[in-house]
Design a binder for this molecule. Sequence first.
Ligand code: CU
Length: 594
Amino acid sequence: MSTETKENVGTEEHADHHEMGFWGKYVFSRDHKAIGMQFMMTALFMLFIGGGLALTLRMRLAAGESGEFMGMDMKQFGGETYNVLFSMHATVMIFFVIIPFLVGAFGNFVVPLHIGARDMAFPFLNGLSYWIMPLAGIVMFGGVLLEGVDAGLKSGAFASGGWTSYPPLSQIAGYGQTLWCVSLIIVGTSSIMGAVNYVTTIIKMRAPGMTFGRMSLTVWSVFVTAILVLFGTPVLTSVLIMLILDRHAGTTFFTNDGQPLLYQHLFWFYSHPAVYIMILPAMGMASDVISVFARKPIFGYKAMAAAMAGIAGLGFIVWGHHMFQSGMNPYLGTYFMIATMFIALPSAVKSFNWLGTLWRGNIHFTTPMLNALGFVSMFIIGGLSGIFMAATTVDLMIHDTYFIVAHIHYVLFGGSLFGVFAGITYWFPKMFGRMFSETLGKIHFILTFVAFNCTFFPMHVVGAAGLPRRYAAYIGDGASTTWAHLQPYQEFMTYSAIVLGLAQVLFLIAVIYSAIWGEKAGRNPWKANTLEWTLDSPPPHGNFHPDIPTVYRGPYEYNSDLVEEDYLPQDRNLETADAGSAGEVEGSSGEGTA
Ligand code: CU
């Protein structure tokens, strides 16, 4: 095919081109866009599994002492089953929803387009990083396949030690704990494969003129996140292998007279940075979306990139704040407290710069913008409650209460998931060639925003009142009198959670509806500057035809004095009179100065 030869004209060696059938194109694709969308669809599917688990445990909580909720007998979801529910809910949401959404889906779809590359550096490895994820899912839920749900629950086929799986609890747990460890080793391997790809692609495959200082903050965020993964995830993999050895080979790392606290140190050495893996890409995407829809350059671009690197660096020296209650030398605890509080600085830089970007902007309240604003506002609430918990003495009081549950959900749902919704609705036209329904998108946002706050804000209140987390029901002689007055909160939070769940069903409907019947999108429906908007929607295999574009400026030139329109695409050469990003072929003759 003639286009095949043309595709290979460019600065980068492109992935080998052979005729691809249905399987090669849609299933075992090596195209970064297809792989990104596979990650997205898988994460969207898993969102409903994780959400279903969450609703079940919320309904158990609302049932309280009577064990009945909305006419259903929820008693069966108490005890060990409840432990399985919250362990699996957290595991699914963290490892199969948020990380695949942020890193797998958006990293893959956006990074090569934003830096002007034809694909990722290692397309085969990229496909592999996706295809071992279903394997991880099968191992995680292997108990269902082997024994079914009921028998599996009885025989310990599901992990129930919380997503942290501290020994000795995880030592005495059933075989589901081993499945959990193996599954997360596979997920970690997938993450490391992805991270190697992102770092290599971003360093080696940027288009001419695309300096580090001209990369979008989405690319910066994925770059920083990938480095976090490379340093952190191998530690998690190691600690999981050690746990398996303790369980099955009689080693004494953590149990059998080993050091249970060592597990916590190693686990959190990965898992604190992991919470930044789960939020940094959302920060990058929200920055891009806010700049586009405020029609203003991002406020403090360099500070925004530096703040992400700062958060990542600090992320490796604060893990002990998860262990204040585990027993710790007070001097060491004080160090971890102070180091943790330092994270407030780069976080505040980011928050104020988002506000600075919005200040006197020409704000367009589109669906992606609403979700990005939801991200910023909810992240600020989650960040502020994080400062409470950083204080050792406060943390000792609230650590095992619902206050922590409120915090993590403000960061991971209010933060990360609103970032995901902003990203999906913003790049939807580029992914599917059709616009995301604004009507359905806005209804989804409003329902989600209200229901989210009704579900999780009261957790601050009951947490401050001392309500312990990880209890199925607050029953028994003394306890029922202590916590009975908080039961109406449980019911309110559960009704809100049901609305929150239904709103996500609406989102799924909106995705399917828009992909099929949405208004056709042109190349650049948002009038944005980054390179993906110079391409067809969706872009062809190999992205840039026939040549890789030349980049002349950063991505945030909105309302520039240099041009009449309020945007100035990155690849537009102002020296040649008729060049424009809407042009089919342009920029390649530019000398690449400026
Ligand atoms: Cu932490």
